[in-house]
Write a protein that binds this ligand. Structure first.
Ligand code: ADP
Ligand code: MG
Length: 741
C-alpha cells in the first residue's frame, strides 16, 4: 500500500557563505491520512527543516521523497507549487496572517487565491469561522486579536483549502497554556480525515490527543513511537484549485491599495509628487518653447504671434461680412482682426503730464485673453488696459504712476497728441512673452473701428492736382485734412498757393485730390471756395495753430471719411492651435484667400535651437531620475509587504498572481494620485487655488498631454511593480518569512 508521504534516506544541507550546515541527514520516515503526529526535540534538531521539506517549501539534497507513491527528485518549482496547492496547508508559530485584513478576509483570501468564486465561498468561510469559534470576531482586524484567536484564524484558513495534509510548526509556541490546549484539541478534531503533523516543545500538552510521537536530535530521528491507534484512510481527497480569477485579482489589488492607511497615503503622496513633477517639467518645457517661438524677429510685422496668419483675397477685392462669417466658421480660427494694419503700428500714448511716454501695440479688448493682475477690466470707450512684462518698471514698481491715470493718444494723421480725448488706464495684465517697454494696449471696439479708418489714411498716399501741377505730401506732413467747417464739394487752400492763379485769385478754381494705397484709388473733384491766411485761418477752419498747419488743404470731413469707409482688404486670423495652422491655411486658400503665416516670417537664431535640445535632454534625464527616486522610495514602503507576498505564496499564489496583485495595487494608487492632481489643476484653472507652476500647466497643457503623461505614470508604476516582484521571488517564501519575522 502506498504511503501518503515517504522519505527514503533524505538529507538536507544548508550552504551559507561557504559553510555547509546540516538541517537533517538520512531520514527514513513515512506519514499517512488519519495520523496526528507530534514531533519534539530540542531547538536546532531539524524539526522545522523536516516540515519545510515535507511541505514542499524547501528542497532536499539527497535521498528520495515520495508523494502518494510518486518520486519527486525530478520535480520543478512549479511541480512543488502544485503539490503544495493540492496537498498542504501550513500553520506557523508566528501565525503569518495578514494583520490588516479582517478574520473573514484572511480566510477568504486563501480561497480567492485558489480560484474560487467570491459568491460561492461566503457560506463556507462563515462556517469555518464558526468551527474555530470566532463568529463574533469575523469582522475584526486580525491585529486586534489575542494569540490564541490568531492561531484559530490560521487553522480556519488551513481548513479552507481542504488539503489532506496540515503541517503546524510550533503552533502553540506563542500561546498561554490554556489557549495552547484549545488549539491542540481543535487540531486533533481535524486530524480524523487528514494527516496533521505538529511540532511542539511541550509533549505533555499534546500527549492525550496524538497518535504518534517522533523525537529528533541533531538532525536524526531518535524515537518514532505509535501512541494510539488511528483509522488509516485509503481515499485521499486533494484540494481542488485553479488560478485566481481576474475579478478577484482586481478586488484584492484594490483592497491592498487602501488596506494600510499610512502606506496608502505615502504611496499616493509619492505618485502625486511624480505626477506634479512630470506635469510641471513638461509644461514649463512647453512654455519655454512657446516663448522662444515668440522671440523670433521680423522687420515688417510688429505683432509676430505665431498664431497669426495675414490674409488677402486672391481677386484683390475687399472682405465682406459674409467672407468673415465663413472664415470664423473654420474650426481652428480663434479670432479675426478685420483691419490688421494697426496690429503692426505702434501708437504713442502719454500721460497728461507727459511723464510717461510709450509706444504700444493696439488690440481689441474683445481679444484680450490674459488675466488682470492689477486694477480691473475696462468697461467703456474711455477706458483702456495695458499688457506688458511684470518686470517692467512702470508695470511693477511704478504702477501707481500709471494706474487710474488719464492717457492721451497720438493722432495718426497729424502725428500730434490728441488732447481732446482722454483714456483712463484701469487695468494691468502681465505677460511674460512681452519684453521690456513692449506694451499692448487694449481699446474698446468702437475706438478700434475709428482707428481702423484713420489707419487706412495713414497708409495712403495723397496727391493734389491744381493749376496744371501735381503736388504730393511729404512723409510727415498731411497735405489734405478733413474739417467740419468746409462744405461738401469745396476745398480751403492757403494763400501761399495764390501765386499759381491768375490775378492771385484762386477762388472758384478746380482742385482734384487723389488718394491711393495698396488697394484702391479714389479722387475728389472739388472747387476752391476759400483761401486762408494768417488772419482768417482760425475763423475758417476752427483750428488755432496757423504756423503748424499752413499749406494744408482742408476738405469736407464727411467726403473725406467716405473715401476710407471701405471694407478691409487685408485682415489677420489667429488660430487656436498652432500645430494645426497648416490645415487652416489650406482651408483659407481653398476659399480664394492668399495667406502669409507670421511664423514663416520669423528669423530664428541658432542659440534657441540649441537651448531647446538641451531642455529636452534635461527633461528626459529628470524623468529617469524621478523613476529611480520613486522606485527606491516605493521599494522601502513595499518592503514591509514582503511578508504579505510570502504569505500569499504559501497560500498557493504563484509568481504571476502575486505580481499582478502588486501591479494592480500600484496602478490603482497611481491613477488615484493622478486624479487628485487633476482635480487640483482644475481648481487652479478656476482660480480657487493659486500656485504659479499649476497656472503654467493650465496655460500650456492640452488634453493630449495629460493623457500621454498619465500613460507615462502608469508605465513607471508598472516598471516599479515588475522590478519589485522580481526581487520578491529571488528568495523562497520560507526564507523571506524567516528573514522578516
Ligand atoms: P528546529 O526547528 O528543530 O529548531 P531547524 O530545522 O530550524 O531546527 O534547524 C536545523 C539546523 O539547520 C540547525 O543547525 C540550523 O542552524 C540549521 N538551519 C536552519 N535553517 C537554516 C538556514 N536557512 N541556513 C543555514 N542553516 C540553517
Ligand atoms: Mg523550528
Amino acid at each position: 500500500m502506498k504511503d501518503l508521504i515517504k522519505l527514503n534516506n533524505v538529507s538536507k544541507f544548508y550552504y551559507n557563505k561557504g559553510v555547509i550546515a546540516s538541517g537533517f541527514s538520512k531520514l527514513n520516515v513515512s506519514f499517512n491520512i488519519g495520523e496526528f503526529v507530534a514531533i519534539t526535540g530540542e531547538s536546532g534538531s531539524g524539526k522545522s527543516t523536516l516540515l519545510n521539506v515535507i511541505s514542499g517549501l524547501d528542497t532536499y539534497e539527497e535521498g528520495e521523497m515520495y508523494i502518494n507513491g510518486e518520486e519527486t527528485s525530478h520535480y520543478t518549482d512549479i511541480d512543488f507549487e502544485n503539490y503544495r496547492r493540492k496537498y498542504v496547508s501550513n500553520i506557523f508559530q508566528t501565525f503569518n496572517l495578514v494583520n490588516s485584513y479582517t478574520v473573514y478576509q484572511n480566510v477568504e483570501l486563501v480561497l480567492l487565491i485558489n480560484g474560487y468564486d467570491k459568491k460561492e465561498i461566503r457560506d463556507k468561510v462563515l462556517n469555518l469561522i464558526d468551527i474555530v469559534g470566532l463568529t463574533k470576531w469575523k469582522n475584526s482586524k486580525v491585529s486586534k486579536l489575542s494569540g490564541g484567536q490568531k492561531q484559530r484564524v490560521a487553522i480556519a484558513r488551513a481548513l479552507a483549502k481542504e488539503t489532506p495534509i496540515i503541517i503546524a510548526d510550533e503552533p502553540t509556541g506563542n500561546l498561554d497554556s490554556k489557549a495552547a490546549k484549545d488549539i491542540i484539541k481543535l487540531l486533533s478534531e481535524i486530524a480524523k480525515d487528514k494527516l496533521v503533523i505538529v511540532v511542539t516543545h511541550n509533549y505533555d500538552q499534546v500527549e492525550e490527543y496524538v497518535t504518534r510521537k517522533i523525537k529528533m536530535h541533531d538532525g536524526k530521528i531518535i524515537e518514532d513511537k505509535k501512541v494510539k491507534e488511528y483509522k488509516r484512510e485509503e481515499y485521499i481527497s486533494t484540494s481542488d484549485f485553479s488560478s485566481m480569477t481576474l475579478s478577484n485579482r482586481i478586488r484584492i489589488g484594490v483592497r491592498n491599495t487602501f488596506n494600510v492607511i499610512p502606506k496608502c497615503l505615502l504611496i499616493l503622496f509619492i505618485f502625486a509628487f511624480i505626477s506634479m513633477s512630470l506635469l510641471s517639467e513638461y509644461s514649463s518645457m512647453k512654455e519655454d518653447e512657446y516663448l522662444t517661438s515668440q522671440n523670433g524677429t521680423n522687420y515688417y510685422f510688429n505683432d509676430v504671434s505665431i498664431e497669426r496668419i495675414v490674409i488677402k483675397k486672391k481677386d484683390k477685392s475687399s472682405f465682406s461680412e459674409n467672407d468673415y462669417n465663413k472664415i470664423a466658421a473654420l474650426s481652428n480660427v480663434e479670432t479675426i482682426v478685420k483691419n490688421d494694419l494697426f496690429l503692426d503700428t505702434d501708437i504713442n500714448f502719454t500721460t497728461d503730464n507727459g511723464m510717461f511716454w510709450m509706444p504700444a501695440h493696439i488690440k481689441n479688448i474683445k481679444d484680450f485673453k490674459g488675466e488682470i493682475n492689477a486694477g480691473r477690466i475696462s468697461n467703456n470707450d474711455n477706458e483702456i488696459i495695458i499688457e506688458g512684462n511684470e518686470n517692467d518698471y512702470y508695470l511693477g514698481y511704478g504702477l501707481d504712476e500709471i494706474l487710474d491715470k488719464d492717457f492721451l493718444m497720438e493722432d495718426f494723421n497729424t502725428g500730434n497728441i490728441d488732447r481732446e480725448h482722454k483714456y483712463k488706464l484701469v487695468g494691468v495684465s502681465y505677460n511674460k512673452a512681452l519684453g521690456y517697454s513692449n506694451y499692448t494696449i487694449y481699446l474698446n471696439e468702437n475706438l478700434i473701428e475709428k482707428l481702423s479708418s484713420s489707419m487706412n489714411q495713414k497708409y495712403s498716399n495723397f496727391k493734389v492736382y491744381f493749376e496744371g501741377k501735381y503736388r504730393s505730401q511729404d512723409y510727415y506732413n498731411s497735405l489734405v485734412v478733413p474739417s467740419k467747417s468746409v462744405p461738401k464739394g469745396s476745398a480751403y487752400i492757403s494763400s501761399d498757393l495764390s501765386g499759381e492763379c491768375e490775378n492771385f485769385n484762386c477762388s472758384g478754381h478746380n482742385i482734384k485730390v487723389f488718394v491711393e494705397n495698396m488697394y484702391f484709388n479714389e479722387m475728389l473733384d472739388l472747387t476752391v471756395s476759400e483761401v486762408y491766411n494768417k488772419n482768417n485761418f482760425e475763423a475758417l477752419t476752427g483750428v488755432k495753430d496757423y504756423e503748424g498747419n499752413n499749406g494744408r488743404i482742408y476738405v469736407n470731413e464727411e467726403e473725406y471719411n467716405n473715401i476710407f469707409d471701405k471694407d478691409p482688404y487685408q485682415s489677420s486670423v489667429y488660430v487656436k492651435n498652432v500645430d494645426k495652422i497648416e490645415n487652416t491655411v489650406k482651408e483659407l486658400n481653398s476659399m480664394g484667400i492668399d495667406t502669409l503665416m507670421i511664423k514663416d516670417t520669423l528669423i530664428k537664431d541658432n542659440i534657441s535651437a540649441f537651448l531647446r535640445i538641451l531642455r529636452t535632454v534635461v527633461t528626459v534625464i529628470s524623468v529617469v531620475v524621478l523613476f529611480f527616486i520613486s522606485y527606491f522610495v516605493i521599494k522601502i514602503i513595499l518592503k514591509s509587504r514582503n511578508v504579505y507576498f510570502a504569505t500569499l505564496r504559501m497560500l498557493g499564489a504563484n509568481k504571476n498572481t502575486a505580481k499582478e496583485l502588486l501591479i494592480i495595487e500600484l496602478l490603482n494608487a497611481a491613477s488615484i494620485s493622478y486624479l487628485i492632481v487633476l482635480i487640483a489643476i482644475y481648481l487652479a484653472s478656476q482660480g480657487i487655488i493659486n500656485v504659479s507652476s499649476m497656472n503654467t500647466m493650465v496655460m500650456y497643457l492640452e488634453l493630449k498631454d495629460y493623457i500621454v503623461l498619465y500613460a507615462l505614470l502608469l508605465l513607471i508604476s508598472y516598471l516599479i511593480s515588475l522590478r519589485f516582484a522580481k526581487k520578491l521571488f529571488k528568495n523562497s517564501a520560507i526564507t523571506t518569512i524567516h528573514e522578516e519575522v
